[in-house]
Design a protein. Structure first.
Length: 308
């Protein structure tokens, strides 16, 4: 069972609508059922589905595992392993691979591959659909992903994630030429008010989100950047870069519908992952090499710039 706690920093809002901003994977009807069944409390007290969450009130939510779950089968899929020991596994996720099973994706996911590789050695904190998974990256985002092999390691690293002490640096190519060499985007992110499949910096009750960026190379119409996450919201880098007029190249959701290059999704790569090891207490950093498509695109941009 997963447990969450959220605080309303905005104006009063009906509880089901309030929670959809924080739990984008759940439908409003699912949330209403959780409220009816007593899995949602406000300041520790059960409430009705039409309850309005007041300013500064805290909402506690428990999400039980579904009564019937599809069987998740271990699959012998290739894994690009950056590091492994008795506590953790760090992999370089390829483009197009979903991290964990979900409706429409119950096979071919990273979890299927990790279950085969680790056998029974995976933490169970996040349930049977997400064994070992501490954090996620989008299907078309590549790079470093952390897996925990036991509950002790999972709790330790989840604490670092909550405190924003894990180092997460992403490389991306964005549209346009950024004016400054460095910058910080501090804009709350929540569910888009009109399109529930998207996130937005204009959402009511958005959660604090901070991204630091640094220019690595300029290509005129495009800029190669490094983005460091201070927080970790859904689609954070994609939403933040689009919000300042520099969407990520290849991102058809937050950027232009047409892309001048043949790309499968956004050019976004989780390059650096740094953690304090749950057993040794030492700081460790993992560097996922840029995927081939990313390197070839950079080379192409170099050639275009050289021929201009």
């Amino acid at each position: 069972m997963e447990e969450f706690e959220f605080q309303n920093t905005g104006s009063p809002e009906r509880i089901d609508k309030f929670l959809t901003s924080f739990l984008p994977d759940l439908s409003r009807s699912h949330i209403q059922k959780l409220v009816k069944d007593g899995y949602v409390t406000v300041n520790g007290n059960t409430v009705k589905p039409n309850y309005k969450v007041g300013t500064d009130e805290s909402v506690q939510t428990k999400i039980p595992e579904p009564e019937t779950l599809p069987e998740i089968i271990p699959e012998d899929l290739p894994l690009d392993i950056l590091y492994e020991d008795a506590d953790i596994l760090v992999v370089n996720k390829p483009k197009g691979m979903v991290v964990h099973p979900a409706p429409g994706h119950y096979s071919g996911t990273l979890v299927n591959a990790v279950m085969f590789h680790c056998r029974e050695n995976l933490s169970g904190i996040n349930g049977v659909l997400r064994p070992g998974i501490v954090h996620r990256i989008d299907m078309d985002t590549t790079g470093s992903l952390l897996i925990c092999k036991n509950d002790r390691a999972h709790n330790f690293l989840a604490g670092q994630l909550k405190e924003h002490s894990i180092t997460r640096k992403y490389h991306a190519i964005v549209h346009g030429n950024l004016k400054e060499d460095t910058g910080t985007i501090n804009a709350p992110i929540g569910r888009h008010p009109a399109d529930r499949k998207k996130m937005s910096v204009h959402a009511p009750n958005g959660r604090r989100a901070v991204t630091h960026y640094r220019v690595l190379e300029r290509f005129g119409n495009y800029t190669y950047v490094e983005c460091t996450l201070e927080t970790g919201r859904t689609h954070q880098i994609r939403v933040h870069m689009a919000s300042i007029g520099h969407p990520i190249l290849g991102d058809s959701v937050y950027g232009p519908a047409k892309c001048p290059f043949r790309l499968q999704g956004q050019t976004l790569h989780a390059k650096i992952l740094g953690i304090v090891h749950p057993t040794t207490g030492e700081y460790m950093e993992f560097d996922a090499p840029l995927p081939d498509y990313f390197q070839k695109l950079l080379q192409k941009l170099h050639e275009i710039r050289y021929n201009m």
